[in-house]
Design a protein around this ligand. Structure first.
Ligand code: SF4
Ligand code: SF4
Ligand code: SF4
Length: 165
C-alpha cells in the first residue's frame, strides 16, 4: 500500500497524517507522546530541518540534512529522546526511476553529496552509470535528497516504500 507523500506545503501546514512524518534521531516509537510542542528543537537545529507538524517535531530533508549533532535532544525539556540509544534513524533512502541517468543524462550529484559513500554507480552498456544505494552504509541523513536535480531521492521505509518526498 502506498504511503502518502508529504509535500513542502503540507509539511509547513501540517495537513498530512503524522504517521508519515519523520521524527528527529533518537526518538523512539511512542516517545513523541511526551512532546509538548514547545519548539525548542526547531530553534536548536543547525540545519533547520525540524518543523512542527500537529505540534510535534518532523524532519524535512528538502533543504538540508541531519548532522546527528544531538542538539535537538540536548535542548528538549521533556522525556522525548532516548538518552541511551544511539542517534539513528530507522529509514534509509530510495532512488527512483526519475534519476536523470535513466534518461541518458550523466549525473553523480548524490554520490558527491553523501558523507558515507553509500551511493555507488554501476556501469552499464549504452548509457551513463546508474546509482545504487548501499543500504548498509546509509544513515538516512538526507544529505543526498536536496541536491538531486531530478528529485529522485526520498526517504524510504526498510521495505523500500517511499514515505517522504
Ligand atoms: S541531530 Fe542535529 S541536525 Fe539532526 S535533527 Fe537534531 S538538531 Fe537537527
Ligand atoms: S543526483 Fe539524482 S539524478 Fe543525479 S544520479 Fe543521483 S539520483 Fe540520479
Ligand atoms: S541519506 Fe545520507 S548516508 Fe544515505 S545515501 Fe543519502 S547522503 Fe548517503
Amino acid at each position: 500500500m502506498a504511503a502518502a507523500a508529504i509535500t513542502r506545503r503540507s509539511f509547513l501546514t501540517g495537513r498530512e497524517a503524522r504517521s508519515t512524518t519523520i521524527a528527529p534521531p533518537g526518538v523512539r516509537g511512542g516517545w513523541l507522546a511526551a512532546c509538548t510542542g514547545c519548539g525548542a528543537c526547531v530553534e536548536a537545529c543547525p540545519t533547520s530541518i525540524i518543523g512542527l507538524v500537529e505540534a510535534r517535531p518532523a524532519l524535512d530533508f528538502s533543504t538540508g540534512e541531519c548532522l546527528f549533532c544531538g542538539e535537538c535532544a540536548s535542548v528538549c525539556p521533556e522525556p522525548v529522546f532516548d538518552p541511551v540509544a544511539a542517534r539513528t534513524f530507522c529509514h534509509v533512502v530510495a532512488i527512483s526511476d526519475a534519476c536523470l541517468t535513466h534518461s541518458g543524462v550523466a549525473c553523480m550529484t548524490c554520490r558527491d553529496a553523501c558523507p558515507e559513500a553509500a551511493i555507488v554507480f554501476r556501469p552499464r552498456i549504452g548509457g551513463p552509470f546508474v546509482p545504487e544505494l548501499k543500504a548498509s552504509a546509509c544513515t538516512g541523513c538526507g544529505a543526498c535528497i536536496a541536491p538531486c536535480p531530478a528529485g529522485a531521492i526520498a526517504v524510504s521505509q526498510p521495505t523500500g516504500e517511499a514515505v517522504h518526498a
